[in-house]
Write a protein that binds this ligand. Structure first.
Ligand code: SF4
Length: 474
């Protein structure tokens, strides 16, 4: 059979388009992500333009939703949401509409494959189907969503989020961040815990739900444990880590309390806790020094991060920031593999890895050397490596709302602060690693600004738009 000439022409064009698309998407970094990384790097303050900086080289930063479901059924002290948050009705269609707008905007501004928190409010107050739809929608926009929860829901809810009407999995992996600590009030079975130790059983139960999900549906999970730190629970951090690191958490993240959000929920003494004292307790729990200088995420006054792994009960950081060879390995890695591999088909990823290695072959010996040193520091090949459990330790310190307000105004006016405390806040906001998208104003807003300044007005409007049901309105 002879094909008409115009069909041959159409077919050739179709194949050429597909090949061009494949070529673009299998580059070491796709053009839209490369552009987003460059813009991010250009906007970083000099204080954070350092070797080992991930923002602008590997990532444009983490993201989060806002104004989608602000209500929560716990009463934590502190709470980063404004006083009006609990007067807003949880509404699935509103949530999905807003997520679509915000994630579309973030995709346009920040490229593909950024981590994005699905956060309110309490995410499990969403109907399970809406929660699952929100995860799917965020993925469609090239985000890697993480549902941020207090964890007070049961297995049936979790299963309903991740399965469809035929009880088949909607996702092959999910990511949840669970906030669990003694600053929280309202958990079923333990309304007002008196010690962190009392919560360990609940921490374990949360992880077990995801083990069961894996057994029954084959769905893998990434679980992060979040803990607000005050002077009342800071010295309990080591025990939480020691008792819970084997439960299945992939991340332990600690947030020293700050004066941000609902003023009615503030207490005395938040400023007594500095990053060093909290990090010291995290190190005591990990049983080793946690260096964070070889690879950093934004400003280290906001974020300290140590990537590493447990082998048995012993934790070893992946990188040693006193070893220049590890700094070189990080630089080679970020040069060879800019951006990330999220949401790509396996063939694209394979070709991309090959092209990345070919463009910067020095990454091969430096990565092999870095892995060899990690194995040596972990005790050598004789260890029981079947027990390997990667775990990341994080400290995220919000900025007090009063300082954020002044520093943000400087940023909007294009001026520089001079008072040391505000200079620091401005530098941190400029290097922010955790932003919200505002399509209406064409802005990317640091979470400190969102919770410290914008939430108040945003929630006031939402109270009008989504009032709580009353007897009269049903
Ligand atoms: S949200 Fe605030 S504390 Fe967090 S990275 Fe951004 S500026 Fe720093």
């Amino acid at each position: 059979m002879i094909m008409p000439q115009n069909e041959v022409h159409y077919m050739m064009r179709y194949l050429a388009d597909r090949l061009r698309k494949f070529e673009r998407e299998s580059r070491p970094v796709d053009p839209e992500t490369a552009q987003a990384l460059k813009s991010r790097w250009d906007a970083m303050p000099a204080t954070s333009k350092v070797p080992g900086q991930l923002i602008g080289r590997k990532s444009a930063g983490c993201e989060a939703t806002h104004g989608v479901f602000p209500k929560c059924n716990f009463s934590c002290k502190p709470c980063y949401h404004s006083a009006d948050a609990n007067k807003v009705r949880i509404d699935g269609p509103h949530t999905l509409r807003e997520i679509d707008r915000q994630m579309g905007f973030l995709r346009e501004k920040r490229g593909n494959g950024q981590f994005a928190q699905l956060i309110g409010g309490e995410v499990s107050l969403l109907e399970a189907r809406d929660h699952g739809d929100a995860i799917a929608l965020m993925r469609r926009h090239g985000r890697m969503p993480m549902s941020f929860t207090h964890g007070d829901f049961d297995y049936d809810y979790l299963r309903a989020v991740v399965t469809d009407d035929n009880d088949s999995p909607r996702f092959n992996w999910v990511s949840f961040a669970c906030h669990m600590d003694t600053t929280m009030v309202g958990r079923t079975g333990i309304k007002k815990p008196q010690s962190e130790a009392e919560l360990n059983e609940y921490r374990g139960r949360f992880c077990q739900m995801f083990d069961r999900l894996k057994d029954e549906y084959g769905i893998r999970s990434y679980l992060a444990h979040n803990m607000t730190v005050t002077r009342d629970n800071v010295d309990q951090i080591p025990d939480v880590i020691r008792q819970c690191h084997g439960q299945g958490w992939r991340m332990f993240s600690f947030q020293p309390a700050a004066y941000i959000g609902n003023e009615n929920r503030w207490s005395e003494g938040y400023r007594e806790l500095d990053s060093d004292s909290v990090w010291g307790q995290v190190e005591a729990g990990a049983g080793t020094a946690l260096n964070y200088g070889a690879m950093q995420f934004g400003d280290t006054r906001c974020n300290r991060v140590t990537w590493g792994a447990y082998v048995g009960d012993a934790y070893t950081p992946m990188l040693d920031d006193s070893d220049p060879r590890d700094h070189k390995a990080v630089d080679d890695f970020m040069t060879a593999f800019p951006g990330n591999f999220a949401h790509r088909r396996p063939l694209e990823t394979t070709v991309r890895v090959i092209r990345s290695l070919a463009s910067h072959p020095a990454v091969i010996p430096s990565t092999v050397g870095q892995l060899r040193r990690f194995v040596q520091r972990s005790g050598g090949l004789g260890q029981d490596w079947r027990t390997l459990q990667p775990v990341t330790f994080v400290l995220h310190q919000f900025i007090d709302a009063a300082d954020t307000a002044v520093a943000w105004q400087h940023m909007k006016d294009g001026t520089r602060a001079t008072e040391p405390r505000i200079v620091e806040a401005q530098e941190r906001l400029e290097a922010c690693a955790y932003s919200m998208g505002h399509p209406d104003t064409d802005e990317l807003v640091p979470a400190c600004v969102q919770h410290g300044i914008l939430d108040i007005e945003e929630n006031r409007k939402l109270v009008q738009l989504l009032p709580l049901p009353t007897r009269r309105n049903g």
